[in-house]
Design a protein around this ligand. Structure first.
Ligand code: NAP
Length: 317
């Protein structure tokens, strides 16, 4: 007989790890499933500036490591697997993964969001060969090289500042003439002598031979296009893309209510339209997608899942 968990949590970002901690501390049998990197987006964030108590040198990976340790200490299990389909029509919910099938009395969906692509020719071909979505992972490869950072939000500007520790020069390419990043982050960037800005500009093509060697840039106001070539001595340069994220909610399509962009619609208790299925974190319709709101969602979802299991499976325990 397969094990039936009180709660299976899909996603080991801050929302999923917080849910795992609260569920395990409530003595629920809890399994956290993650398909790629534990920690979600903060696993590739150099500085977590907006999380209370997180001050100098509080890197994303170190925060994740502590969250994981805490979850395990209280007995939450963790597995690497990609859930490919779910069945929510019976009392016991079924999650079919690439490796295993999992059974749960309740489910917390915390699949997060993944980087939005530029969707231009050459982007896929040169991913890992000059194009990156993770400064923490790849900044070091561009020590003393030139780097372009695309985007104007918090991620782009913060990661551009981080990149200046490595790169010779960092150019922020933004499609408008003002940034949307928090003012405090903008101020730091404007003061940084290594950061330049290309306003009203998008990258339309990425070219090279094995590695990135050139990009085509277009001014969206004038329509003018220019080509940027790698410096002769460098032979290549980096392109770091931070143009927002897309919710990873595809497998729940037609089952769980979502808005037009694919974000889950829940109530304040993280309840979805299916009893016993909760959603938490960046995958949810909300006004602020931050670690602090993700961990709050996870805690609420776990407490609600515990109540659901207690009310619906009490006699079977
Ligand atoms: P974001 O706030 O959605 O910003 C995306 C940026 O990419 C915007 O500047 C947008 O331009 C641009 N963009 C979107 N699609 C584009 C395209 N196809 N081509 C070129 N540019 C494009 O995303 P984010 O910066 O990743 O932040 C996501 C969330 O995480 C936010 O809530 C943010 O506050 C949070 N965050 C917080 C921190 C922190 O507090 N320390 C750090 C990182 C992220 P437009 O402005 O023209 O739309």
């Amino acid at each position: 007989m397969e094990k039936i968990y009180d709660v299976v949590i899909i996603g080991a970002g801050p929302a999923g790890l917080s849910a795992g901690l609260y569920a395990a501390r409530a003595k629920m049998s809890a399994l956290i499933l993650e398909k790629s990197k534990t920690g979600g987006q903060i696993a590739s964030t150099e500085e977590v500036a907006n999380y209370p108590g997180s001050i100098e040198n509080a890197s994303g990976p170190s925060l994740v490591a502590r969250m994981v340790e805490q979850c395990k200490e209280f007995g939450a299990e963790m597995e690497k697997d990609t859930i490919v389909s779910v069945k929510f029509d019976e009392k016991i919910k079924v999650l079919v993964g690439e490796k295993n099938t999992y059974y749960a009395r309740s489910v917390i969906a915390a699949p997060g969001a993944s980087p939005r692509l530029l969707d231009v020719p050459g982007e896929k071909e040169f991913t890992g060969k000059g194009v990156s979505y993770c400064a923490t992972c790849d900044a070091d490869f561009f020590t003393d090289f030139e780097v372009f950072v695309v985007g104007g939000g918090d991620s782009a500007v913060e990661e551009a500042i981080f990149m200046t520790r490595f790169a010779r020069k960092v150019t922020i390419v933004h499609r408008r003439d003002e940034l949307s990043a928090a003012k405090s982050i903008q101020e730091k960037a404007f003061k940084n002598p290594k950061i330049d800005f290309m306003w009203d500009t998008v990258i339309t093509e990425i070219k090279g031979d094995g590695v990135v060697e050139a990009i085509t840039l277009k001014n969206v106001k004038t329509g003018e296009t220019t080509e940027h070539q790698a410096h002769e001595d460098d032979g290549t340069f980096g392109i770091f893309v931070f143009v927002g994220y897309l919710p990873q909610t595809g497998i729940f399509k037609d089952l769980l209510d979502m808005d037009k962009a694919g974000y889950f619609i829940t109530d304040d208790n993280m309840k979805t339209n299916i009893p016993g299925v909760f959603a938490a974190g960046d995958c949810r319709v909300k006004s602020l997608r931050q670690v602090v709101t993700a961990v709050s969602d996870g805690a609420i979802a776990a407490v609600q899942a515990e109540k659901y299991v207690e009310n619906n499976f009490h006699d079977e325990a």
